[in-house]
Design a protein around this ligand. Structure first.
Ligand code: PLP
Length: 398
């Protein structure tokens, strides 16, 4: 008889954003005349950079000719993109990473979810709370034991070390959903912890492009010792609007070694290569050409402008909420504002209140974990007009 993965019974029925979307759909169905503004899911609203569109268009045309046609892409990505990433994201910043440590993918969600394939299910896992839901859900699916590390105003959103020694640690900075960041001095003790306990840090840097403060690292590999203890995930989704195009990459240093039960030494870089070549058939050539164009002078200027536009939205949202005496965090090195709900209102009560009274959608903090209760996440990815209208409506209702 077929047996299912019983661990699926341990995760909630609905992915958080699907639940939010369901509620909004229901509201729209009942109130077709009302304009609902979403500051909820972290999806882009601004057009993709012309430099990227041009590159994608050129690459698409190449597919029309036998001489320039491309089929399956290399599992690890095309050299042209790997080299652009290497130069811009690492070498130019003085960060030691090598080309064969970079694996192009279709995004950070897949990679942060799939990385568990090369890790034992008996690992003790530590995950910051609140967190991007993929970390907890994928580890529950695999049956791993999880300790949550509460990140709240009381510890200034700096995660405490786990009580039980962690074999695998998920850190996401700049953080979704709190919008907060760690400085190099705050991240270093985690690298030291992992070194001391032979743990692996899974560092999600999907929001690296939004870092604005000097002392906030763009990559965990800026921290001494990280090459021996960390894997880093990057995404073109928020950096350059690739949420619908799909591209990201993962850095697995060759210094990452692990011992098998029989005492053999294995390289995590080799294991990930083996995993990807077995289960993944590459990101499309067209999209990789688009991602390469992000690093061209025009691409950098255009995507930089869009990021500045979103961060201006963040400023507008944060400043308005603060005038309403709502305590807010984030919004400086990340496009999210993490706002304390008024009084004893729960996250979902605040969601319902804003949807019903202001027709504004945000994301209930409790959906990101127990420590998110009493918080609400606003995203800065809206267009300016909607953002201004949303904050105006909130002003009138609070
Ligand atoms: N990691 C974090 C922290 C995110 O917030 C998101 C998307 O919202 C992702 C990864 C997913 O990125 P991608 O679109 O590259 O799959």
């Amino acid at each position: 008889m077929m047996k299912i993965n019983e661990h699926y019974t341990e995760i909630g029925n609905n992915y958080l954003f699907a639940e939010v979307a369901g509620k909004v759909r229901e509201y729209r169905g009942k109130h077709p005349d009302k304009k609902v503004i979403s500051l909820g899911i972290g999806d882009i609203t601004q057009p993709i950079a012309p430099a990227v569109i041009d590159a994608i268009t050129r690459a698409t045309r190449e597919m029309a000719k036998a001489e320039t046609l491309r089929g399956y892409a290399p599992y690890e990505g095309y050299d042209f993109l790997v080299n652009a990433i290497l130069k811009h994201d690492f070498t130019d910043r003085g960060i030691a990473v090598e080309a064969d440590e970079i694996f192009i993918s279709d995004g950070a969600k897949s990679d942060t979810g799939n990385i568990g394939d090369i890790l034992g299910t008996d690992n003790q896992v530590a995950i910051t709370d609140p967190a991007y839901p993929v970390y907890v859900d994928t580890n529950l699916m695999a049956g791993r034991k999880i300790e949550l590390l509460p990140c709240t105003p009381a510890n200034q959103f700096v995660p405490p070390f786990p009580k039980k020694t962690a074999d695998v640690i998920y850190l996401c900075y700049p953080n979704n959903p709190t919008g907060t960041a760690l400085t190099k001095e705050q991240l270093k003790p985690w690298v030291d912890y992992a070194t001391e306990h032979q743990s692996l840090i899974l560092f999600d840097a999907a929001y690296e492009a939004f870092v604005s403060q000097e002392n906030v690292p763009h990559s965990i590999f800026e921290i001494e010792g990280a090459r021996k203890v960390a894997i880093e995930f990057r995404s073109f989704s928020k950096t350059a609007g690739f949420t619908g195009l799909r591209a990201g990459y993962t850095v697995v240093p060759k210094d990452l070694l692990a011992k098998t039960a029989r005492g053999e030494t294995l390289s995590l870089n080799e294991m990930w290569r083996r995993r990807q070549s077995t289960k993944f058939n590459g990101t499309s050539y067209i999209i990789q050409r688009g991602a390469e164009a992000v690093y061209s002078p025009e691409g950098l200027a255009q995507t930089g402008e869009t990021i500045a536009y979103y961060m201006q939205n963040a400023k507008i949202i944060k400043e308005t909420l603060e005038t309403l005496s709502l305590k807010c965090y984030g919004g400086v090195n990340a496009p999210y504002i993490w706002c304390q709900t008024p009084g004893s209102t729960t996250s979902w009560e605040f969601f319902d209140y804003l949807l019903n009274n202001a027709q504004v959608v945000g994301t209930p903090g409790s959906g990101f974990g127990a420590s998110g209760e009493g918080f609400f996440r606003f995203t800065a990815f809206g267009n300016r007009e909607d953002t201004l209208e949303a904050v105006e409506r909130i002003k009138q209702r609070i």
